[in-house]
Design a protein around this ligand. Structure first.
Ligand SMILES: [Ca+2]
Ligand SMILES: [Ca+2]
Ligand SMILES: [Ca+2]
Ligand SMILES: [Ca+2]
Length: 457
């Protein structure tokens, strides 16, 4: 059943009204921009499948809306949107699911025409992938996916997979999630995540995650994998990436994992977010090839992970800038609370305010700059209690110098040093400098302060 819903949009309706007056014999077909789903059946008139088939055949259809009485659809095969036009689906809180022998057998929804998609008020349960968006070679510009009040549960493989490494298109990928949930996906095989974006060829990944829960998935909660030219831009606010990575003991996974390779950097800003109880790292950033990393963390809890709470590796040309404020990283069992390494050419700038890194399996905080380049560390109000190794370790290696300011640090009862600050002097390097103020360093196993080639002021 087709219904004209265009009149919900004032600008369109004005145009429509005008055109009705202008051309009295207007064909009804030109008014069909939306289709209503009125049937809970898998297929046939009024079904979701029928609505998508109409959109596949008619690129003027850009909206599909469920009638609110349609609240549960048992799908018997994949619903595939092949159109290239923008498509907005308003599920009105519908659940699309598999039952019986169909559970985990096919993708619930696929979009194969490089369309910009917006899905809202929908729950998808028990697919092979919940939502699969393969990008083809001819995609250009930006392919966007927006989920609002979107929930994907119990997928064998990915909850949501946007795949641009199949044909490495020139297009960028944009992902926006708001009030969305991805739970218990990746339960049928190794290394399948709640949400995965694979970006290949030219183009960036831009992702904005707000008010969302990406918890309890077998692989990573969210993985952004960017290859070739292009960067990763990520904003996260008020979300959780907890309890992910349990599927395989030999290959445990993270809360939030970003891998960036080739030219381009990682620019991530994460606020009011939990990255805890994951089986590998809470937050894991790897940047290879040319490019910088800028990481801003504010009001973050990255605790009780098996490995690091926060881990960042920058491996080749490029700098690292981190700005951390109000970060708790506690009880990460086998590794550091926060571990960052800047390698090869490039500098490392670290501003740290009000961070508590305690009871971790190695150091509380371990920042290392290696290869050519300098290290600037500005720490204020840091607590590090009872870590198995050092409370805080700052290390500059190879060419370059260290310039550190550490104020109001409380670092006690750690297994090795309370504060360890090291520079390796090479060639004409001068000694490093540590400005230390209001430090409370007591009862650390190897000693309270240890330095090499650093003047302490
Ligand atoms: Ca691309
Ligand atoms: Ca890249
Ligand atoms: Ca570097
Ligand atoms: Ca250096």
């Amino acid at each position: 059943m087709l219904q004209n819903l265009s009149f919900n949009r004032p600008s369109t309706s004005r145009r429509m009204v005008q055109s009705v007056f202008e051309t009295e014999s207007l064909e009804s077909r030109t008014l069909l921009s939306a289709v209503m789903v009125t049937s809970s059946a898998d297929s046939g008139e009024g079904s979701f499948r029928d609505a998508i088939e109409q959109a596949n055949a008619d690129s003027s259809i850009t909206k599909i809306k469920f009638k609110s009485s349609v609240d549960l659809v048992n799908l018997e095969s994949t619903v595939e949107f092949t159109g290239a036009q923008d498509l907005k689906i308003d599920g009105k809180n519908v659940t699309l699911q598999t039952v019986g022998e169909d559970i985990g057998q096919f993708n619930l929804f696929e979009s194969t025409g490089n369309a910009d998609l917006s899905l809202q008020k929908m729950t998808l349960i028990g697919g092979l992938n919940g939502i699969y968006v393969p990008i083809s070679a001819d995609a250009e510009g930006t392919v966007s996916f927006e989920g609002k009040n979107l929930t994907v549960l119990d997928s064998d493989l990915f909850g949501l997979h946007i795949a641009d490494q199949l044909e490495d298109s020139d297009a960028s990928i944009e992902l926006k999630l708001n009030k969305s949930n991805f739970f218990n996906n990746g339960i049928g095989d190794l290394d399948y995540d709640g949400v995965r974006v694979d970006e290949g060829g030219a183009g960036n990944i831009s992702a904005e995650i707000k008010n969302s829960r990406i918890d309890g998935n077998g692989g990573d909660g969210l993985e952004l994998d960017e290859r070739g030219d292009g960067s990763v831009y990520l904003t996260v606010k008020n979300s959780t990436f907890d309890d992910n990575g349990f599927y395989n003991e030999a290959d445990l996974d993270d809360g939030l994992d970003i891998d960036e390779a080739g030219d381009g950097g990682i620019y991530a800003s994460i606020m009011k977010t939990s990255l805890s109880y994951n089986y590998d790292e809470g937050l894991d950033l790897d940047e290879e090839g040319e490019g910088d990393v800028e990481l801003m963390l504010k009001k973050i809890d990255a605790s009780w992970n098996n490995d690091e709470g926060v881990k960042l590796d920058e491996e080749q040309d490029g700098d690292v800038y981190v700005d951390f404020k109000n970060v708790l990283t506690f009880g990460n069992a086998n590794e550091e609370g926060i571990a960052i390494e800047e390698a090869d050419f490039g500098d490392f700038f670290a501003k740290v305010r009000n961070v508590d890194a305690s009871q971790n399996g190695k150091d509380g905080i371990d920042f290392t700059e290696t290869g050519e380049g300098d290290f600037f560390a500005d720490f204020k109000k840091v607590q590090a209690f009872d870590n198995a190794e050092n409370g805080v370790k700052l290390e500059e290696e190879d060419e370059g110098t260290l310039n550190a300011s550490v104020k109001k640090i409380v670092s006690e009862f750690n297994g090795e040093y309370g504060l360890a600050v090291y520079q390796e002097t090479v060639g004409f390097d001068s000694y490093g400098l540590l400005l230390l103020r209001q430090a409370s360093l007591f009862d650390n196993g190897f000693g309270d302060l240890d330095t090499w080639d650093v003047y302490v002021e």
